[in-house]
Ligand binder design. Structure first.
Ligand SMILES: O=C(O)C1=C[C@@H](OP(=O)(O)O)[C@@H](O)[C@H](O)C1
Ligand SMILES: C=C(OP(=O)(O)O)C(=O)O
Length: 420
């Protein structure tokens, strides 16, 4: 495992560029495949080395499904929760497909059972075979017909089950020309990501009817072209904070994006930070830190580590609610947040599902953090180094590939010196 030394003592104002959004790209890739817009033009225009590893995984998976039915196709999903879960359903609804999916041990540990059970319940009677190794491989042999047009799935652990099934409904609608639905049992976490899926379905010409717990694909009108993929609001979270500290700006801050992490713009304001939109989707952040912040893991789970880094440099404690979901990500991110806050000299207290982050009285000149292979923990640790001026020794910096391969280059643009 390699180490990176991050030295933020020579910061410079720069214009910083996030990658294209992996969550948007994943939905658009599946829909482009289903509606005859393959390959996806905006993605093709982005150099392959700048595309999130999760996007590359999903692209390879869809390419495998586009091959004529025949031998079992292998797809390595690496660490990608959304790509894996989306591909499981797409494989199950591709007539005659035979696919063997593998991934990292951590991806194998994350919860997928409710999605598998839902697919088995609806497509099992028509002949779906979905087998699980320990935990790999997960093998899917898809039927050539389908049965009752409804998937039922619990919503508390992940919205990705419902998003994956709703994209499956789009495939089944096109094939059978009858409405297909997803019924969500119990409360739904990360609801904004399911809404993102609905937004993309509509952008590609599908009619989606929704009530609080039922989402149905009921129509389709071909659209002339595939909509473009916006910049990634999760990555903009780090870059906007870095731009605030350095007096720089960010690009691709698209307000028309439906990504839940655009909530950052609202959530930082009580702390004293004001986003200032500029021309051509650029944005700066002005203001002085004056208070703590409040955010919920139900609304924007992926922003919570970023906001916890900001909380370390605010003058008062911050409150993060509904943090239990963070245990189910690429690492136990609740533990990860507590570790970097403490490595930086701050304190956290957890009461039920609410985490309070209290900044240190005297910030350190240096701190150390292990990413545990989690891209967000790596990037928020570096963001905290920039925000505070403290030097960072980071173990495991490579994992940024998952969502933001160019992250370290962007930091260098902001004057950060990196050495091994
Ligand atoms: O659908 C998506 O693209 C995502 C949904 C969220 O996961 P959960 O719904 O599992 O919370 C989020 O944390 C993840 O990074 C991406
Ligand atoms: C949780 C994440 O992604 P996924 O669930 O798709 O692995 C993430 O990118 O923070």
């Amino acid at each position: 495992m390699s180490q990176l030394h991050v030295d933020p003592s020579h910061l410079a104002a720069a214009r910083l560029t996030p990658p294209l959004s992996k969550s948007d790209a994943q939905r658009a890739l599946v829909l482009a495949h289903l509606t005859g817009h393959w390959p996806l033009a905006t993605l093709q225009a982005e150099p392959e080395s700048d595309r999130a590893a999760d996007v590359r995984v999903l692209t390879r998976g869809v390419e495998a499904l586009r091959l004529p039915p025949g031998p079992v196709r292998d797809v390595d999903c690496a660490d990608g929760g959304a790509p894996f879960r989306i591909l499981v359903t797409q494989a199950a609804v591709t007539p005659g497909a035979r696919v063997r999916l593998t991934g990292t041990p951590r991806l194998g540990e994350r919860p997928h059972g409710p999605l598998f059970d839902s697919l088995r319940e609806t497509l099992g009677p028509s002949g779906l075979v979905l087998t699980e190794g320990k935990p790999w491989p997960v093998e899917i042999h898809a039927p050539t017909t389908a049965g009752a047009p409804v998937f039922r799935v619990p919503g508390a652990q992940s919205s990705q089950y419902a998003s994956s099934l709703l994209l499956g409904c789009a495939a089944l609608y096109l094939r059978e020309k009858r409405p297909w639905s997803v019924e969500i049992q119990g409360p739904l976490t990360s609801a904004g990501y399911l809404e993102l899926t609905v937004t993309w379905l509509r952008r590609f010409g599908f009619t989606v009817e929704e009530t609080a717990s039922r989402f149905s694909v009921t129509g389709y009108q071909p659209s002339p072209s595939a909509p473009p993929i916006p910049g990634d609001w999760s990555s903009l979270g780090y870059l906007l904070l870095i731009a605030w500290r350095t007096g720089g700006s960010v690009e691709r801050a698209d307000p028309s994006s439906a990504h839940p992490d655009q909530a950052l713009l609202r959530l930082i304001q009580p702390a004293g930070l004001t986003p200032v939109p500029g021309p051509d989707l650029t944005m700066r952040v002005e203001g002085q830190a004056r208070d703590g912040l409040v955010a919920s893991g139900k609304e924007c789970p992926d922003l919570l580590p970023t906001l916890a880094a900001l909380a370390c440099v605010l003058p008062r404690p911050s409150t993060l609610t509904d943090v239990g979901i963070l245990r189910l990500k690429e690492s136990d991110r609740l533990e990860g947040i507590r570790k970097f806050v403490s490595a930086y000299g701050g304190t956290t207290t957890l009461e039920g599902e609410t985490l309070t982050v209290t900044p240190p009285k005297a910030p350190p000149a240096h701190f150390a953090m292990d990413s545990h292979g989690d891209h967000r923990l790596a990037m928020v640790s570096a963001t905290l180094a920039v925000l505070s001026g403290a030097r960072l020794t980071l173990t495991g910096p490579e994992c940024v590939e998952k969502s933001f391969p160019g992250f370290w280059r962007q930091l260098e643009k902001a004057g950060v010196r990196l050495s091994e």
